[in-house]
Write a protein that binds this ligand. Structure first.
Ligand SMILES: [Zn+2]
Ligand SMILES: [Zn+2]
Length: 342
């Protein structure tokens, strides 16, 4: 029997290759929670009075995030007056990431347990079009844009729109160390130094055109497989129905490349993220603040036309702007959103 190298009492159930430790589940979970709390405190991710949105995809990461933030608030480890709103966005493509959430009941269970509000939104209601509409428009114009790009660009803007409607001060996502390490690799491989300006944990110095409401990533130093174990033992089933588009997403291949590299260098993910954080500090100093405004939607953008409008324009659906205006006007008098935003 291998004994836990932390407590020296219980039987170890998990070997952490990066440190060579063998841990019991108790120590593993406590350490993971401590790591998340340290990230929150070190970068002051959540302050008293914050209204934090939790972006829920239905995957284990965002559910563990929801569980931990609910738990920390109950324990007073983050301010008890923090308002938490979990939300999901239905992209509306045939295999929408939203439909991975075949287990909405689990999301609701966590929400009920910790008194977290939960709402769902749809691209169709926000933009007047679904991701499938845009993809179809792009195809018909001979543009081969990856579905993950469409969903990614529109989801970021949607989070901002939802956040504004609900008076959110931060939006938390379930990104883990694997996601973050992949981002560093992708930025390097794409020779995209500027993108490092918006890499990191801190909501300060936001320069991303889409990041009006600061994004926070409390789980960014947790490893994916440890999150999976945490989820399993906290009643969160692993129902990773992968979006079928993911298999052609460059991130997907990188996952395996990183896993291979990790065999020779167990700390590689941590090193990559730490390198990205340090580089980010340097790059931020040299990046000019965004001063342009998109000529169509008015969002700050480094270019004449922002990425969202560019996609709609290329798909021949730029009338989304008038659809959004109409939706805004219709909503105002009876909106339940308006009442919670105050
Ligand atoms: Zn232990
Ligand atoms: Zn625009």
């Amino acid at each position: 029997m291998v004994i836990c190298s932390k407590c020296g009492k219980r039987e170890a159930a998990f070997r952490r290759e990066s440190s060579g430790e063998s841990l019991c589940l108790n120590c593993l979970f406590r350490e993971m929670e401590d790591t998340v709390l340290k990230t929150i405190r070190r970068y002051q991710l959540i302050a008293s009075g914050d209204r934090v949105g939790i972006a829920v995809s239905g995957g284990k990461d965002s559910l563990v995030l929801m569980h931990m933030l609910g738990l920390f608030r109950r324990q007073g480890k983050i301010p008890r007056d923090t308002y938490l709103l979990a939300f999901s966005v239905n992209e509306g493509q045939p295999f929408s990431c939203f439909y991975r959430m075949s287990r909405v009941d689990i999301v609701k269970k966590i929400a009920d347990e910790y008194g977290i509000e939960y709402k769902t939104f749809a691209f169709k209601d926000i933009y007047g079009y679904t991701a499938a509409d845009i993809s179809q428009g792009l195809w018909s114009k001979g543009k081969n844009t990856h579905m993950c790009t469409i969903c990614g660009v529109l989801r970021r803007r949607a989070m901002n729109i939802i956040g504004k409607q609900h008076g959110l001060t931060k939006i938390a996502t379930g990104h883990n160390i694997d996601d973050e390490a992949q981002t560093v690799m992708l930025n390097v491989m794409g020779n995209d130094l500027k993108r490092f300006a918006w890499f990191g944990a801190t909501p300060e110095n936001e320069v991303d055109e889409d990041k009006f409401i600061p994004r926070i990533k409390p789980l960014r130093l947790l490893r994916e497989e440890e999150i999976a174990i945490y989820a399993y033992y906290h009643g969160i089933p692993l129902m990773e129905l992968e979006c079928p588009y993911v298999y052609t997403n460059p991130r997907y291949k990188l996952k395996f490349t990183l896993a291979k590299m990790e065999r020779d260098n167990p700390n590689i993910k941590y090193s990559l993220v730490s390198f990205g954080d340090n580089l980010s500090k340097l790059v931020r100093k040299g990046v000019e603040p965004t001063i342009h405004k998109c000529k169509y939607c008015g969002y700050p953008s480094s270019r004449e036309v922002c990425r969202v409008c560019e996609l709609f324009q290329e798909a021949g659906l730029l009338d989304y702007l008038t659809k959004m205006e109409r939706a805004d006007k219709q909503e105002e008098p009876t909106s339940s959103n308006a009442s919670t935003a105050s």
